[in-house]
Design a protein around this ligand. Structure first.
Ligand SMILES: Nc1ncnc2c1ncn2[C@@H]1O[C@H](COP(=O)(O)OP(=O)(O)OP(=O)(O)O)[C@@H](O)[C@H]1O
Length: 691
């Protein structure tokens, strides 16, 4: 039975071990297929719909599996089982979490642990009193705890022997131990909790400041989600080092040592048998603990990815609905859920194995106690009281060893997460914050670009501006026009020194901007970005945001009126007190609030990166009116507008035309039309669109 080359065939799902039910495959092969030669054919399976996600798989198809004789079928089944059994032994491929995307082991190396602990110490070292009380309480509480079993046994056996005096003394001592254990455990937890809170606070403050002061190019490279996760999750994880790990390791180490000493004084063969079991348990737990933490890290990552998908889908729900991509979005979400299920399944099996080992070994200490201890009691080498103490201390020792190993592996992981946090905290702030520049007595707003070239640090091979030279006079209104991507916004980014020029110089009032005090210069610039995003605070606070002087309500309203924003603000439920959220205002309204913010600063240089899309024709009219009003004002002000609309260009004294990062034309509207160059063509296209 032959299948032709381009034939589309529907195969029964059982033919494909990898596929989900109802799979339709388009088979492309260089030769006609028959079931006979299918055995080594490489089938490329396109349009494989598994669930909702479109995927592509390539696999070999062996006729032995489906079409061969029963013997080879049995052989294959046997081989499959052998390889499966081989994969599930500890360390086998079944346990591997690496298959899943996003895995990285962040357990720290010993050197890093010491360095990180040193850094953590430096952050809390000034809390000496709290540290002293915390460690003092830890030792007293641990010694009290570990003394209780022997006193407990002694009290019971003194009562049994009828020694009332001894019983009363032991009982009093027991009460005292319970009291000290309770009080100092409370003190220990409280003090470590305080240290923990202080550490998280300082970590977050230091990290936030370090990130905030980075160059803008840093934010081009880093994802906002990663940075916020550093601040939230990584800092919290690091705080566990003090809050949990260190103090629990120390407490359990003291208790464990106490238990060993007691066991050795009771009977050394019994003590040695307990120690051997403890060591085996610790080794098993070390392996399991690391596996568990890797799984926990992956679970955390996959949950975060799934949340990201959910967040994105719900925030773009209108686009999703309009394009009917609900299924596709569900597929994206489902992929992460499948990854989570993969990890959780293995984690649960590993947990089962760990519990099996723990319980078996723990119970075996009791069996040892009964066997060895019973024989020792029979041969009068140890007393019943000593045997009872042995059983109690064995339990302490095993739990202490388990907790030390658990917290040690948690410490390694927490410190691993800290590496990147400390690296970030150590990164130097942008040069702009380190150097002090000149503040001029008076700024007129004259700007010169001299042979300026620029490429973004993230795209070094792609020049964005090339050898740009032009001047803007004080009090001039300049429009910059050009096709999308020609470098207009980049030019303004350089004027604001958000990026440094690669070549050439920009001068303001004759001074290279690199020599001017950048804070002072920015105070004199009002900047309205292309897509104004407002802060989640009330409109009043949004308008006065970043204003270098104290302002009254009238100043805010005056600026809003100048920006043609007052009328729509007054109609909002709480006027200027209305909280801004994303859906409340239109693009044009947000733009006018941003213009009011820039006007309120009373800047010498006003930069307006006109939105290409945010403005309707009414808003466009308002912007034109704002510009005319600002131009008529007596205040000297240089205005630079990136203009996309004819109405805005009309206001300008001069127009700069950009093309592929170069200045190609400059002049007034009429002069440029006469030149019949790029500007004239842009102008014609827009007029044609409008008519
Ligand atoms: N932060 C950035 N990192 C890397 N490349 C960038 C960055 N910002 C812009 N670019 C690139 O620089 C070029 C110029 O972009 P720019 O935003 O300056 O153009 P524009 O003329 O203002 O465009 P539009 O009119 O669409 O706003 C584009 O190719 C853009 O992809």
């Amino acid at each position: 039975m032959a299948i032709s080359q381009s034939q589309l065939c529907s195969l029964h799902p059982d033919h494909f071990p990898l596929s989900k039910p109802r799979v339709t495959c388009k088979i492309k092969t260089p030769y006609p297929l028959s079931f006979k030669n299918l055995h080594s054919a490489k089938l490329r399976c396109y349009s494989l719909k598994a669930g909702n996600s479109e995927s592509y798989r390539q696999f070999s198809y062996s006729d032995n599996e489906e079409f061969g004789n029963a013997n080879s079928g049995f052989q294959n089944l046997f081989i499959k089982w052998v390889s499966f059994v081989h994969s599930i032994v500890p360390g086998g491929s079944w346990w591997s979490l690496y298959e899943r995307q996003g895995f990285h082991n962040d357990a720290a190396k010993p050197r890093t642990v010491l360095l990180s602990l040193h850094r953590i110490w430096a952050l809390v070292a000034d809390e000496r009193l709290i540290i002293f009380i915390a460690f003092g309480s830890l030792v007293i509480a641990a010694i009290s705890d570990i003394s209780i079993p022997s006193i407990l046994a002694a009290s019971i056996f003194s009562a049994q022997s009828g020694d009332a005096v001894l019983f009363s003394r032991k009982a009093q001592f027991l009460v005292l131990l319970c009291f000290t254990s309770g009080v100092f455990s409370g003190l220990r937890s409280g003090c470590f909790g305080i240290l923990n809170a202080r550490l998280v606070k300082r970590l977050r403050e230091n990290l936030y400041t370090a990130v905030l002061l980075q160059d803008i190019s840093y934010f081009d490279r880093e994802k906002v989600g990663d940075l916020t996760s550093r601040l939230a999750a990584d800092c919290q994880r690091l705080s566990n080092v003090i809050g949990n790990d260190i103090h629990l390791i120390l407490r359990n180490a003291v208790q464990g040592t106490g238990a060993v000493i007691h066991l050795l004084t009771l009977s050394w063969p019994l003590a040695l048998s307990a120690l051997v079991i403890c060591s085996i348990l610790s080794a098993i737990f070390l392996v399991y603990g690391q596996y568990q933490r890797k799984a926990a890290k992956l679970t955390q990552d996959f949950t975060a990815y799934a949340n990201e998908v959910g967040q994105e889908t719900f925030s773009l729900i209108r686009t999703v609905r309009a394009y009917g991509t609900e299924g596709k979005e569900f597929g994206r979400y489902k992929r992460w859920m499948e990854n989570l299920a993969f990890i959780n399944f293995r984690e649960s099996v590993a947990y089962g194995f760990w519990n099996l080992n723990f319980n078996t070994l723990f119970r075996s200490t009791q069996i040892f106690a009964v066997l060895l201890g019973g024989m020792s009691v029979l041969s009068c080498c140890v007393t019943v009281e000593q045997l009872t103490q042995y059983v109690l201390y064995c339990e302490w020792l095993i739990y202490a060893a388990w907790r030390v190993t658990n917290n040690l592996s948690s410490l390694l992981q927490s410190v691993g997460a800290s590496e990147v946090v400390f690296q970030l905290m150590d990164s130097l702030p942008s040069d702009q914050f380190l150097s002090k520049g000149v503040k001029l007595q008076r700024l007129t707003g004259r700007i010169q670009f001299v042979n300026v070239s620029f490429h973004y640090p993230t795209r070094t091979k792609m020049p964005v501006l090339e050898d740009l030279s032009f001047s803007i006079e004080a009090n001039e209104v300049i429009a910059i026009v050009g096709l999308s991507g020609s470098g207009k916004s980049t030019l303004l980014n350089l004027l604001l020194r958000l990026y440094e020029t690669s070549n050439g110089q920009i001068y303001v009032d004759g001074f290279p901007i690199k020599e001017l005090d950048i804070g002072w210069l920015r105070q004199n610039i009002g900047y309205v970005t292309q897509e104004p995003h407002l802060f989640r605070m009330d409109i009043k606070s949004n308008i006065e945001y970043g204003c270098p002087r104290d302002v009254e309500q009238e100043d805010i309203e005056r600026a809003a009126k100048q920006a043609y924003a007052h009328d729509f603000i007054s109609l909002l439920p709480n006027g200027y007190e209305t909280l801004v959220d994303d859906n409340l205002l239109s693009g044009g309204q947000k733009q006018r609030i941003a213009i009011a913010r820039a006007i309120l600063r009373d800047p010498v240089i006003l930069i307006l990166d006109e939105a290409t899309s945010a403005l309707d024709s009414q808003s466009e009219h308002y912007i034109k009116e704002v510009l005319y009003a600002l131009k008529r004002e007596s205040k000297a002000r240089t205005i630079i507008i990136i203009a996309h609309r004819l109405s805005t260009i009309e206001v300008a004294d001069r127009i700069i035309v950009m093309d592929k990062g170069r200045l190609v034309e400059m002049g007034d509207h009429q002069g440029l039309l006469l030149k019949d160059g790029i500007y004239a063509r842009l102008n014609k296209v827009q007029r044609d669109v409008l008519t």
